[in-house]
Design a protein around this ligand. Sequence first.
Ligand code: RDL
Ligand code: RDL
Ligand code: RDL
Length: 158
Amino acid sequence: MDRIGVVDTMFARVDMGSIAERRLAGMEGFGARFKVVRRTVPGFKDLAVAARQLIERENCEVVIACGMPGGAELDQVCAHEAAQGIMLAQVLTGKHILEVFVHAQEEPDPARLTELCRHRVGSHALNAYWLLYAPEELRKRAGQGIRQGGPDAGPLPG
Ligand code: RDL
Ligand code: RDL
Ligand code: RDL
């Protein structure tokens, strides 16, 4: 059976990994064609190595890496570093690790931040599934200004 990895953090103020797990559990082939392997690490700087381990030790085909950069300026610098680690892990393993970051400063209202999280994590869970099983779904949407967590920007005219 294929494996899809989900890793999230204790730092995040929303249980992002469970949102991804629930979304994947609703997709065709769950439990038959693929299963989900879940890990949680302290914070987003710990995501890259956990994702690499999910790929190399747990044989995951794709990983969804969820994190929440805090609101401080320092957290933005750290987010950039954490993102570079995730990219390095992708290049080293040759597998997709979808970085799902929801920045605390994107939305000051807590209820709306939770909603943004649900939407972004759910959308990237679907993207991971498509990368693995339905790349034509991504191809159909090329150049369409698709976003995760907010409204789509849409295509430019012409
Ligand atoms: O490796 C242990 C920690 O350094 C690691 O868990 C960090 O990701 C924790 N962390 C910070 O140290 C920080 O300054 C986090 C943030 N900011 C942050 O904004 N979001 C995190 N972790 O998930
Ligand atoms: O791995 C999943 C996503 O992290 C990845 O697809 C990103 O490239 C998506 N993305 C951002 O997260 C972002 O903050 C993009 C942009 N900005 C951007 O400006 N252009 C993109 N993607 O193509
Ligand atoms: O235009 C508004 C947003 O799309 C823009 O601010 C993005 O940069 C927000 N964003 C992130 O900050 C991020 O870390 C996005 C993603 N990840 C993402 O994966 N997909 C997005 N936006 O559409």
